[in-house]
Design a binder for this molecule. Structure first.
Ligand code: ATP
Ligand code: MG
Length: 317
């Protein structure tokens, strides 16, 4: 175990009966870094987090959190981590202050420390002036900030956040990430799951999960520059129909709808003409075609498509 790593995950696997929810996942999180775990519904993100928090026993493989093996030393792990679960629990009939106070007790924060700690958290979470408000009356963004404050009341060096910003408006999401950044700046290591690709840009390293497997692991810029081929953004009529045509063309790697635009990944520059000709001969008027830099969403779509193709090949073989 390197003391530089907050998390070390080695072939971590979880099966529910014959169903594999997490399949031989490997990654590390260096101390003080923000790791983003991305993936569609059912990919296995929550199951991974629950194993890392010591709530669920792995079927195979291992995970060490701050040097402690989660399966053998869950108590050592639990006192060093904060966990904001996907359906985080605030006590609705308690006030903001009472919720914080409750969690401080639960995590064994000493009486002497408690007062200043809670004051600091109220400040950090922007809840000043709302201490006496019942949790039930807080809006989504406020609840999330309070839940985060509750999860870190015992100053854990490792923080697990499972979709902390789901359903929150973009401005509040950004504010929430500012808080995460500031925690990381203080040396806290963070693992966060999200569906929002723009949020993934805030992470030092990204793991992309799909069907229980980790299909990519790298920093956001490398993930984008590793993408095979050239990405064309096509403005054309009937993008749905254009998508179907583009998919069948040789030299086209991936096609995805991007709002009203079409994103087409091609092998090389010459395919652009092939594409424009094919669309024109199908009677589709093509406007502007531009080479663009891929977003993380493009990366994800492309990796999932590649993964599906390789599984299909394995099944046929
Ligand atoms: N206790 C369980 N028993 C059986 N199957 C389970 C259990 N927990 C999770 N699963 C299944 O494992 C798969 C992965 O679930 P998980 O909750 O980890 O996904 P997720 O990536 O967090 O998805 P979401 O984005 O919807 O939160 C799903 O197919 C889910 O139905
Ligand atoms: Mg989940």
């Amino acid at each position: 175990m390197s003391h530089e790593n907050a998390v070390e995950v080695d072939h971590l696997t979880k099966k529910f009966g014959s169903f594999t929810a997490v399949d031989q996942v490997n990654f590390i999180i260096p101390k003080g870094e923000i790791f983003g775990l991305l993936g569609p519904n059912g990919a296995g993100k929550t199951t991974t987090i629950r194993m890392l928090c010591g709530i669920l026993l792995p079927t195979a493989g291992e995970a060490r959190i701050l040097g402690f093996d989660v399966a053998h030393r869950p108590e050592e792990v639990k006192k060093r981590i904060g966990y904001m679960s996907q359906k985080f629990a605030l006590y609705n009939d308690l006030t903001v202050f009472e919720n914080l106070d409750f969690y401080a007790h639960l995590y064994g924060v000493s009486r002497e420390k408690c007062r200043t700690r809670l004051e600091g958290l109220i400040e950090m979470a922007g809840l000043r002036g709302h201490e006496k408000e019942r949790a039930a009356n807080l809006s989504g963004a406020w609840r999330q900030r309070l839940a985060l404050a509750c999860a870190i009341v015992h100053e854990p060096p490792m923080l697990f956040l499972d979709e902390p910003t789901a359903g929150v408006d973009p401005v509040s999401r950004r504010e929430f990430w500012e808080m995460i950044y500031s925690l990381a700046g203080q040396g806290v290591s963070v693992l966060a799951t999200t569906h929002y690709m723009d949020e993934a840009e805030f992470c030092n390293v990204i793991g992309m999960m799909h069907d229980a497997r980790l299909i990519a692991l790298n920093d956001p810029d490398s993930l984008k520059s590793d993408l095979r081929g050239i990405l064309l953004e096509v403005d054309c009529e009937s993008p749905g129909q254009a998508e179907a045509i583009a998919t069948l063309l040789p030299g086209v790697i991936d096609v995805a709808l991007h709002g009203v635009l079409l994103h087409v990944t091609v092998e090389n520059e010459t395919i652009q003409q092939t594409l424009e000709d094919a669309l024109a001969s199908a009677g589709i008027t093509v406007g502007q075609v531009e080479t663009v830099l891929p977003s993380l969403e493009d990366v994800f779509v492309s990796l999932v498509a590649a993964e599906s193709r390789s599984r299909l090949r394995q099944e046929i073989a």
